[in-house]
Structure formats: C-alpha cells, structure tokens
Design a protein around this ligand. Structure first.
Ligand SMILES: Nc1nc2c(c(=O)[nH]1)N[C@H]1C(S)=C(S)[C@@H](COP(=O)(O)OP(=O)(O)OC[C@H]3O[C@@H](n4cnc5c(=O)[nH]c(N)nc54)[C@H](O)[C@@H]3O)O[C@H]1N2
Ligand SMILES: Nc1nc2c(c(=O)[nH]1)N[C@H]1C(S)=C(S)[C@@H](COP(=O)(O)OP(=O)(O)OC[C@H]3O[C@@H](n4cnc5c(=O)[nH]c(N)nc54)[C@H](O)[C@@H]3O)O[C@H]1N2
Ligand SMILES: [Mo]
Length: 815
C-alpha cells in the first residue's frame, strides 16, 4: 500500500486534461478496422472478432477494433470450439434412463449414456408433461440465470422461456447475481437503479474531474466484456485517464490489475473487505466535524440528513462514527480518512464504485452510503462530480450514439406466425430472487420477505438450465449439491461439460456462437456498432442451436408447435427482420445503413454516429438544475438519505439510513487463524467461461486455481509461491496453488470466482479451487435478497496429502 501523504496528493490535483476534448474521444475507426485485414467477422461478449479459418477449422480469433489495451479473452475462439470439455452428443444419466419417472442413482455420480436427439427430446417431453400435470407450471423452474453467449437471436435463456411459455408457464427469477443488493436499494435512494445506466460520460470525466476515486472497481479486468459485446471504449478511457495526470485514488483490499496498471499514477488504499461503510462514515464524520459538508445541497436535494447526522455523531446509539472509530474497523488510519475528506471536498471528485462490495452480506448499505457521501460533497449533477456505479461495466461512460438499434427475440410470441397464435401463453409465475435458489429448493412453499413484500417459494420439481453455470456461480456448493437432488428432472443445455452438466439427468449439446449466425450491437449504453456475428465453422459433433432445440421441443407440445415457436422463420429470416427494424430506426436517427444482403456480404460492422450532445451527458444534471420540475423517482422526489419506506419494512438487516452492520463472517470477528476470503472476477475468464482454455496456463499455479496470500499470512503457515494449499471451513475444502503476494491486504486471501467445481470422490475436496465451495449462502439482507458471495472466513494450510488428478475439464464416464 502506498503511504499517502498530503504533499504527494496535492501534486496531482488540479491538473485538468484540457487536451481531452469530447470529440477527440473516439478510439476506433472503420479505416483502422479494415486495415486489420481478412477473416470472418463475428462477435462475443469480448467484442467484435476477426476469425481465421483454415481447412474448415477456426485457427485464431482477434479483436476487430483498434485498441490500445490488450484483451486476453479475445484470443479464446479456437479453444471455445475445440476443447475436450465440449459436449458433443445428447447424453442421459444412466440411473435416469433406466426409469425416468422414478430415477435411480445419484446426480453427479452416475455414468452417462449417449442417445439420439429424438430420444432425448422424447424423454424430456414425457417427464416435463408428467411433472407439469402433477404439480402445476410453477413446479418448473426456467429462470436459467447466466451469461450465455451474445446475440439477439440465440439467447439461450429467452429461448427456453419462450418454449416454457408455450408449455403453460414456469417459475422464474428476480434480479441478478451481479447487483442484487444495489438494484433494489438504489431506487429507494436515487429513484433509479444506477448500476445499469448511462453514466456522466468518459469525455466529461476527462474534461472536468480533478480527483477520480476507484472505490472497489477493477475496470482493466471487468471492461474486457460487455453484456451485448464490448465497444472497447471503456478500456481506452482508463488508458486516457492514466495519461491525464489527474489524482487517482484506488480503495481496494487488492492491488488489482487496474491499480497495477495505474502504477505511480494512483494512490492505493487498502481497507479490510466488507468495511467500506465504516470507512465512509469516518470520512463523513470528519466533514461534519469540520463543518465542511455542503449544507445547501443537502437542504435542497435530499431528505433525512438529520437522523443520519444524529447516527453519525453518536446521538442515536452513543457511538460517534469518528475517523478513529472507522479506522479501528477498516484498518486505514484516521489521519488518512481525514485527508480523504479534505481532498474530496476541495476538488471536483467522482466517486466511482464497483459491485464487489455490494455482493456481500448487508451489501445494500455500501452504495447507499456512497450516495450519501456524494450528497454531502454536494457535487451530484455537476460535470465530473458525484458518484457512478457503472464506469467499470459495459462501457457505462461511452456516450450513446445516433444509432439503428437491433431488437431481439422475446420470451413471448410475436404476431405473424403462419400457424396462428391461439396458444395459451403464460410467462413467469412465482418468481423469486435469483440467488435464493437453494433456499427455495430447501423450503418449498415457505413465505419470505422481499423488498417489503411477502412472497412464497415455489415447489420446484423440474429444472431446465440453458446458458448459465449455476454450479460455479452459486454460493456454498455442497449445500447446493444436496438441494439439487430434490427435483425429479434436471436438464442442462450446454456446449461444455460444466459441473452442472455433470450433475444433470439430461445434457443437450449446444453450439458455440462461432457455429451459428447472429447479430449484436456493441456497448450496452453506446450502441456504437452493429456487428454481423457470422457462423465461422460447422458445429462440433451433433451440437444444435438452442433455437432449434426449443423449436423441436415445441412440436412435441402439439402439432404445428414448431412453426408457432419460430413464427415460421428461419435463422437468416429472423436476422433479416431484426436488421431491417434497426435500419428503419437508423433512418429516423439519420444513420444510413446498407440493405441486409449487402451488409451481410460485406463482412463489415457498422459504426454509429457520434452525438455531441450525448457526449456531454451529466448524470442527474436535470435534477440539479430544477429538482421540482425534474424530481427523482423516490417518494420525496429527492435523494433519500433516510427512507420512510424502508423504515416501514422494519428490517433488522436493513435499517432506514446507511448504517454500519458487522457481518457474520469478516476480519473483525475472525478467530485465530481465520482469513477473509475474497472472490473477485478473474482477468482471464468470464466467470467460469474459458477456464479450460490455453490461457489458464498463464495463471494456474501447480496446475490449480491460484489463491492470493499476503506474505505475512503465508510465512506463519510456511507457505511459499507454488505450494499446494488446502483452503477450508465448515462448508467445504478446496485445493489451490499459492501465490504469495503483497497485492492483497494482510488478513485476506483471494480465490477468483469461476473455477469449475471438481470433487475428489474420496476426500470431498474440490480439486480445481471452486471458491463457492467455501462461501456463505445468505441473502445480502431481507430487503434485496442479493447474492452475498464475498462473505466467508476460511483457514488455509500447506497441502501435504496425495495430489489428486485434475478432472474438471474431462467429460464424465460415458458407457
Ligand atoms: N463467489 C462468487 N460467486 C459469484 C460471483 C462472485 O463475484 N463471487 N459473481 C456472480 C456474478 S456477478 C455472476 S453474473 C454469476 C455468473 O454466473 P454465470 O453467468 O452462470 O457464469 P458463466 O460462467 O458465464 O456461465 C455461462 C454458461 O453458459 C454457457 N453458454 C454459453 N453460450 C451458450 C449458449 O449459446 N447456449 C447455452 N445453452 N449455453 C451457453 C457457458 O458454457 C457457461 O457454462 O456468478 C456469480 N457468482
Ligand atoms: N474479465 C472479466 N470481466 C467481467 C466479468 C468476468 O467474470 N471477467 N464479469 C462481469 C460481470 S457479470 C460483472 S457483475 C462485473 C463484476 O464487476 P465487480 O463486481 O465490480 O467485480 P469484482 O471483481 O467482484 O470486484 C471489483 C473490485 O472490488 C474489490 N472488492 C471486493 N470486495 C471489496 C470490499 O469489501 N471493499 C472494497 N473497497 N473493494 C472490494 C475487488 O478486490 C475488485 O478489485 O464484471 C463483468 N466483467
Ligand atoms: Mo455479474
């Protein structure tokens, strides 16, 4: 950690980067793209890609856009298609096949048997109909959360739900794993979710911010991808931010790839994980004590500062949240917290925050407190000031272009079907918060509280997952495995033998995005490009598109079902329709786009038009200008530092104003020898995707997933870099490779999320370091029921036993 001094700070402040005029912020051009030469143009989450094909085989994939920052994920194309982990044929668990309505054996232990597609369809259909008839539609869970591949047609989850809607409805999910806590609390505070919204733009930050605070975000990793497909502008922005000479302060228990990237240009401050609210309270207290908080702003634009101030000053509970109080909890000195208060208030300061800190127990409090601190600084709605929750994700500060925007296939049926549309369509019924799935499986019919409502868990008897890896993404894997035995049928549609596939009854082999045609926009907010996602190679084995699988399954629902599902259109006819709609939209935005056949033949993406007005967008500027005419969507129309709505919910785990709540498992209550486990997102994976890829060689240690350990914590345990380590707690144990590094706060370790669970049958240890074997499966709170994956204490020791072979990427036994 850099020892921060006032002099060092002030050296940097005040240098604004006049050179970064808005219009100069356009890192890519079509000419540059064309210079990149040949190859088939397609796209993935990691951006538009040019693919080289030789003798019908994909041999390389690379970025189709000019860019300064490298993106390792773009190179994974050939591995994605040809890995030994591919599922090539439909497969059925042996104990299930022998008696489908009353299966034998245990999921995850049985061998698999290869069957024909027709046999697989029939098996699923018969059991699906039996279960639906016996228990009703809510017994069928088709929430199917996950980061399936990009594209507006081949959307696995939507396609599954489209089929389930035709079948008579299903149980779905609410929210997501990413921002479960934030997206429920922020509407109470700011009137909008904030996490998936256009931010004050990157050009405005470069122009106007003096201090940029990276509060728990790692954009150099997380901007390698976007939900649609990355436009690559975010990485370019952080590159330019580094050149700008602005003061950059990074607050993170890990010296992340981003902090390494900024090097001398950033100050690193490392609090203990999960203690940010205390840290921010210490800064807020300093502001109040010195009388420096912006009282006029608080008066005009917020409600409830008074009760919050009473809490801050100890009038509510007798404890003053002073810088010293905060320091004792967060492990950053009181002097540094006071200095931060000074710097924030004296400069145009943008508080950027990532989401790792809200993916924790009491995660709601983190972003509520950031908004409160920003309100006390009085800069919300000013160019380059305030706070932003999506600078690190999907290029949230890239200005929205004048664009023709693609529509996408939906879970409900559109009109115009050749077979008529007189099907009784039912969508999701009885949806529950996505990260509460194990609680739901364990407690069918139980009532629970969510965002002030009383809801009931469904009685799940069948699960079909398409496009998600829930055995890696969900917490407390061993608890999940137990609950996973309860349903009567589990179907997994997957290109790969993931742990979930190995624990299924029926596994259907699905194409990768390189094996089918699709379309995508780039930049979830910018719509900077429209890209043809061309089929690059023929499908491996007997893999099929999700679209075709569900169309075929629909025919079994009733004759003619296939054409109702497809609306009588082929893959290319759907793409033609989407493109033509975008073209029409483009016309009204004055963007000329060629006709579809020319566009498709040209093998070129379309870059949409820069919009100077959008480039100057400042979040909440309208509210600041006139809070009466442009109120926020909160009950008071103002920023709610105290929420009467939440007061009315009367929740112990989510009080009515930002509050420091000590988590169940964190450094502050760790017993001797226990360490706090962090599970940040990995540089060279998208969650579990590409864990099998060649690039794993760059980060694996002793052929295992790495665990980052501070030198002091390693020394007392006699652990050195390269050693095998057993990390364990009451929930499970994993085998990992030690990376001893001062890049992590002493007292914490990190195993990045996304390694595929791979259990040793004898000892039960996870041989591939799946971090969720160790994490706690609790809701963030009963307000949001968000994922709390970053909550766990663990112990570690040098592993001296026999070393079990890694089998994570091998197919299961097939007889
Ligand atoms: N401990 C811990 N756990 C976490 C997190 C954390 O920070 N810490 N983060 C959480 C977050 S934010 C998220 S979003 C989740 C991510 O969880 P997921 O989104 O489930 O993770 P992915 O590995 O991206 O899973 C996508 C799966 O879809 C498959 N797939 C890809 N394309 C297709 C397709 O076209 N069709 C079909 N049928 N399948 C396809 C891939 O092979 C892969 O198995 O993890 C969560 N879990
Ligand atoms: N390469 C790559 N990019 C991705 C993904 C991926 O898997 N791989 N996943 C995508 C998805 S679905 C999502 S949701 C986003 C995730 O985006 P985030 O949730 O923001 O990512 P994380 O890596 O979980 O956390 C960001 C940073 O917060 C820090 N952090 C964790 N806990 C704390 C804390 O208590 N306090 C503070 N101050 N810092 C903390 C971590 O060390 C990390 O550096 O990324 C997206 N981008
Ligand atoms: Mo996520």
């Amino acid at each position: 950690m850099t020892n921060m001094t006032r002099r060092r700070f002030l050296k940097g402040t005040g240098i604004t980067a006049g050179a970064f005029a808005c219009s100069s912020f356009s890192p890519l051009s079509l000419a540059e793209l064309n210079e990149r030469g040949g190859g088939v143009l397609t796209a993935g989450r990691m951006g538009p890609l040019l693919c080289d094909v030789q003798d019908g085989r994909l041999v390389s994939s690379k970025n189709a856009l000019a860019q300064t920052m490298p993106n390792s994920l773009q190179l994974t194309g050939p591995d994605q298609v040809y890995t030994k982990a591919r599922v090539k044929y439909p497969m059925v668990r042996k104990g299930f096949l022998s008696n489908p309505s009353s299966p034998q054996g245990v999921r995850g232990s049985d061998e698999f048997v290869r069957v024909s597609w027709e046999k697989a369809y029939k098996l699923i259909h018969e059991q699906h109909m039996r279960i639906r008839k016996q228990y009703g539609p809510a017994a069928v869970f088709a929430g199917s959360y996950g980061w399936r591949s990009s594209g507006v047609l081949h959307k696995a989850q939507t396609l599954l739900q489209r089929y389930m809607s035709m079948a008579g409805g299903y149980s779905g999910h609410l929210g997501d794993y990413s921002t479960g806590a934030a997206q429920v609390i922020m509407p109470h505070v700011m009137g909008s979710i904030e996490v998936y919204e256009q931010q004050t733009t990157y050009p405005v930050i470069l122009e106007s911010s003096e201090v940029v605070v990276l509060w728990g975000l790692n954009p150099v990793n997380t901007l390698k991808i976007a939900w649609s497909s990355t436009d690559c502008a975010g990485l370019e922005f952080f590159h330019q931010l580094k050149q700008s000479g602005k003061t950059i302060i990074a607050i993170d228990p890990i010296r992340s790839e981003t902090i390494e990237f900024f090097g001398e240009n950033a100050q690193w401050i490392a609090p203990h994980p999960m203690t940010d609210v205390a840290m921010m309270l210490g800064i807020a207290h300093t502001l109040v004590k010195k009388g420096k908080h912006d009282k006029a702003f608080l008066e005009k634009y917020t409600t409830g500062f008074e009760p919050f101030e009473a809490y801050l000053m100890g009038k509510e509970d007798g404890i003053e949240k002073s810088s010293q109080w905060a320091s004792d909890i967060c492990g950053v000195s009181a002097e540094q917290l006071e200095l931060l208060a000074d710097i924030f208030i004296q400069n145009r300061t943008m508080l950027m925050s990532g989401w790792g800190m809200q993916r924790q127990q009491y995660g709601e409090q983190r972003h509520w407190m950031i908004a409160t601190l920003a309100a006390m600084l009085g800069q919300i709605g000013l160019p380059g000031g305030g706070f932003g929750l999506s600078y690190h994700y999907s290029n949230g500060g890239n200005p929205t272009r004048n664009a023709g925007v693609l529509p996408a296939i939906s879970a409900s049926l559109g009109g115009g079907s050749s077979a008529g549309n007189d099907w009784a369509i039912s969508g999701a019924m009885q949806s529950f918060p996505v990260a509460r799935i194990v609680e739901a499986l364990e407690n069918p019919g139980k009532m629970y509280i969510h965002n002030g409502h009383e809801l009931k868990f469904p009685n799940i008897k069948m699960i079909w997952w398409a496009g998600g890896a829930n055995f890696t993404h969900h917490q407390d894997t061993n608890r999940l495995i137990k609950a996973w035995q309860k349903p009567e049928l589990i179907v997994i549609s997957e290109p790969y033998w993931t742990a979930a596939a190995k624990h299924a009854d029926v596994v259907l082999p699905i194409t990768t995005s390189f094996e089918r045609n699709d379309l995508t926009m780039t930049g979830d907010y910018s719509n900077q490009h429209l890209v043809p996602m061309k089929k690059v190679v023929e499908p491996e084995g007997e893999s099929r598109n999700d679209f075709d699988v569900f169309a075929d399954m629909s025919e079994l629902l009733a004759p003619g079902g296939h054409d109702v599902y497809t609306e009588g259109k082929t893959e290319m006819e759907w793409l033609y329709g989407f493109y033509t709609a975008a073209q029409q939209g483009g016309r009204s935005a004055r963007v000329a786009m060629p006709n579809f056949s020319k566009f498709w033949q040209d093998n070129e993406l379309i870059e949409m038009k820069w919009n100077e007005k959008n480039a100057k967008f400042v979040r909440h500027a309208a509210f600041r200008e006139d809070p009466v005419l442009n109120p926020l969507g909160t009950p008071s129309g103002k920023i709610e530092i105290y929420s009467k709505t939440i007061e009315g919910y009367n929740l112990k785990d989510c009080p009515p104003h930002p509050t420091w709540l000590a988590p169940d498992e964190y450094t502050g209550n760790a017993k001797d020898g226990e360490l706090q486990l962090m599970t940040a997102h990995a540089a060279h994976r998208l969650h579990s995707q590409f864990n099998y890829a060649t690039i794993r060689g760059q980060y694996a240690i002793a052929d295992r997933e790495p665990i980052w350990i501070h030198p002091d914590d390693a020394m007392v345990r006699d652990i050195k870099t390269g050693d095998l380590v057993r990390a364990f707690n009451q929930r499970g144990q994993v085998l990992v490779g030690a990376e001893v590094t001062d890049r992590i706060k002493q007292g914490s370790v990190c195993i990045h999320e996304g390694a595929w669970p791979d259990f040793d049958k004898q000892s039960g240890i996870c041989k591939n370091g799946g971090c969720n074997v160790l994490t706690l499966d609790v809701p963030s709170s009963r307000l949001a029921n968000g994922c709390a994956a970053n909550s766990a204490l663990v112990r570690i020791e040098k592993y001296t036993g026999e070393v079990p072979a890694l089998t994570a990427f091998d197919p299961p036994m097939i007889s």
